[in-house]
Design a protein around this ligand. Sequence first.
Ligand SMILES: Cc1cc2nc3c(=O)[nH]c(=O)nc-3n(C[C@H](O)[C@H](O)[C@H](O)COP(=O)(O)O)c2cc1C
Length: 223
Amino acid sequence: MTFDEAIKARHTVKVYKKKPIPADVAKQLNERIKALNEGLDVFMSLVTNDSSALNAAYRIAMTKNVNNYIVLSGKNEKDLEEKLGYGGADIMLYAQTLGLNTWWVSGTFNKGNAREKGGIPGTNLIKGIIIIGYGENNGIPHKSKKPSEVSLYNGRSQPFWFIRGVGAALLAPTSLNRQAFMIRCTGDKVSISCDKGPYSDLELGIIKYHFEIGAGRENFVYE
Ligand SMILES: Cc1cc2nc3c(=O)[nH]c(=O)nc-3n(C[C@H](O)[C@H](O)[C@H](O)COP(=O)(O)O)c2cc1C
C-alpha cells in the first residue's frame, strides 16, 4: 500500500481485535518513529500492551481492545504542535501501510499514565496519543466539505497537483472533523492556515502533511 492509498484507506477506528502488534511490526514502527523524532526534534513514543492512557470513560463505552498507543510529546517550543501534527500524520499513514488502524486522541486522555508508560521526560509537553492496533473494521469515511470550501486557487485553471493535494487534505483527520482549514495557491506558491481552535496547530501540521503527499512536494513551494 502506498501513502496515497493509505490516505484513502485511513479512518478512525475505536474497536480493535485482541491481536497484539508482532515484534517485527513494532520494530518497524519504532524505526519510523525514531527517524521522525530526529528529523522533527520531537519525542513520540510507542507503548504496547497497555491501555492506561485512554480515559476511563472511553474504556467503558464505544471502544474495545485499545492496547497500544503512541504518545505525542516534545519540548515546550512555539512550533511543537505543528511538528507533532506533521509527524503524527506520517506515523498514522505508515501504520496503515503495515495493515494497522489508528485513532488520534488529543481531547481526553490520561496524561500522567501516557508520560509514565511512554518514558516522556518531565519537561516535555504531551499533546495527545494515537491509538494503534488491528481494527475489528476499517472505520468509515468522514463527512467531508467540498474542495471549493477549503481552497482558493488564484488563476485560470487549477493544476492537477493542486486538486490532488486538496483532495488528500480533505481526507485528513481533524478534531471533531471540523476541517477548518484553507489552502491558498497562486502559481506554485501555497499557503495553508487553520481557523483558531484548541488543536489548530496540530491540525495545521496534519493538513500540510496530507497536502504534500497528494500534491507532490516537488510541485510547489510554501509562501
Ligand atoms: C487533533 C485531533 C484531536 C482529536 N481528538 C479526539 C478526541 O479527543 N476524542 C476522539 O474521540 N476523537 C478525536 N479525534 C478524532 C477525530 O474526531 C476524527 O479524526 C475525525 O472525526 C475525522 O474522522 P476520521 O479520522 O475517520 O477521518 C481527534 C483528531 C484530531 C486530528
